[in-house]
Ligand binder design. Structure first.
Ligand code: EPZ
Length: 434
């Protein structure tokens, strides 16, 4: 069993180099299957989700070579149209991008339906709506396998998304780039990682315009070719470290970022009383310990609104802020599992559906907690670093899905955090296994 052991309560100071964006990488890697060539992907984060995606692509016949720590070369000339079974998809929800890419390359795909997850149902009806609009027939076969096929090829179409969906927008882009004619995606999601995927596809020879707006046009092309591409910095990793600085007090600079992608996050930090300094590719948060965070109301929304993937991290800030704060989760039905863990650390909060009300407390108390999912796990790391004393965090595998080199990055900021690996039998004997 692995856990983080954290001695919290100190101000943190220093600089954090931000890694490549997980949610861009998880779409760009499968997108390489749309060409029969060699792609070199740079600034690829070394996180477990990326390793799993590379493992899946390798099983489908892509030849993968790590040229450097964060640079991978993929040769997709010999990729075979193999079904993506549940045991793979259940490890990585983003495997559903294989539906769009295999449809785009082979005119057929079989991918297991991803399950729900830690925060409610996560349907893919809008993905399927897009594929059917492009002329594919889609059915859920025995065993929860999504079978999509377009024996006569995909044909461009107008698609209006009933829900602003990052995944559906990306998946439809992947299927449309080699479809015949014009595809228009209306009510498209506008996240930075969608723009990054569109830029990558255009570098391969696709013809996409409007990415980053809610109206994206794709003119189908016959072929795509290999290329070299560098992934954008991770907006959510950067935001997580800025929230950390506001929580512990001190001064933290995130480097190698695109400040514009962080605007909604930094605006809320300023509203809570932290100071923000921006440079070309760096952002600094300063919060003297003598100045307590102020209460705010916060609602998560699709980009450019406040990102849902920053909601748990800001829940910790609201738990510490002076006064009553109201947090509304505008994207998912149930993304508050971390609140019960925070309450074990002394937070005073109540959850009712998509709304959480926080009565701020002066300080959190160190305690043993466990990560219910990726961003909630990151939030608990922030809480443990802000709380005086020794906290332990279990289920840290969730955190390592999305935060490259987190132990070194935190240690470089002055955090007292260690990874403790306990053999399961010993942990069980000592009653420490959850
Ligand atoms: C992506 O998930 C991200 N994951 C999530 O990040 C992120 O929270 C989410 O976008 C929103 O920004 C990856 O990119 C791998 P959606 P995705 O489709 O694409 C509903 C993280 O922590 N919906 O934008 O699955 C859905 O239920 C992860 O990095 C439908 O109803 O999110 C949700 O309520 C967690 N039908 C809302 O739309 C559909 O067909 C937004 O989901 C698709 C989605």
């Amino acid at each position: 069993m692995e856990q983080y052991r954290i001695n919290g309560g100190r101000e943190l100071h220093g600089r954090v180099p931000v890694s490549g964006a997980k949610n861009a990488a998880l779409a760009i890697l499968p997108a390489t299957l749309l060409c029969e060539g060699v792609c070199r992907i740079e600034n690829l984060p070394q996180i477990s989700d990326v390793r799993i995606m590379l493992e899946i692509l390798g099983m489908m016949g892509a030849k993968i070579r790590y040229l450097k720590k964060n640079t991978v070369e993929l040769d997709t000339a010999h990729v075979r149209n193999l079904p993506a079974p549940y045991e793979m998809v259940s490890k990585l929800r983003a495997s559903y991008y294989l539906i769009g890419t295999m449809l785009g390359r082979f005119g057929r795909s079989e991918v297991a339906l991803p399950g729900g997850c830690d925060f409610g149902l996560r349907p893919i009806d809008q993905h399927i709506k897009g594929f059917e609009a492009l002329g594919a027939t889609v059915q859920i076969a025995e065993g929860g396998i999504v079978e999509a096929e377009a024996p006569h090829g995909l044909v461009g179409s107008n698609i209006y998304l009933d829900v602003v969906s990052v995944g559906a927008t990306m998946n439809i882009l992947l299927a449309a780039v080699r479809a015949e004619g014009l595809t228009v995606i209306e009510n498209a999601a506008r996240e930075p990682h969608i723009v990054d995927l569109a830029n990558f596809l255009n570098t391969m020879g696709a013809d996409i315009s409007g990415a980053g707006t809610d109206n994206i046009k794709v003119r189908g092309v016959e072929r795509l070719s290999g290329c070299t591409y560098s992934i954008i910095p991770d907006q959510i990793e950067a935001g997580t470290y800025l929230a950390l600085g506001a929580a512990t007090g001190g001064e933290i600079t995130v480097t190698g970022v695109i400040p514009k992608h962080l605007e909604s996050i930094t605006a809320k930090l300023v509203e809570m009383g932290a100071d923000i300094r921006e440079e070309d590719d760096a952002v600094t948060v300063v919060r003297p310990r003598s100045r307590r965070l102020s209460r705010i109301n916060l609602k998560t929304q699709p980009y450019p609104g406040f990102p849902t993937d920053m909601q748990p991290q800001f829940g910790v800030l609201l738990a510490l802020a002076d006064g009553t704060s109201i947090l509304t989760e505008g994207v998912y039905d149930n993304r508050y599992k971390y609140v019960n863990e925070l309450k074990r650390m002394g937070a005073n909060a109540t959850v009712d559906g998509r709304i959480a009300v926080f009565e701020g407390v002066e300080r959190l108390i160190a305690a043993p907690v466990k990560a219910p999912d990726l961003r909630a796990g990151a939030a608990l790391v922030i809480a443990a670093l802000a709380a005086e004393g020794l906290s332990t965090i279990n289920e840290i595998r969730y955190i390592e899905r999305g935060y490259e080199d987190i132990l070194n990055k935190l240690t470089d900021l002055g955090a007292d955090i260690r990874l403790i690996v306990t053999p399961d039998d010993e942990a069980r004997v000592l009653g420490r296994v959850n």
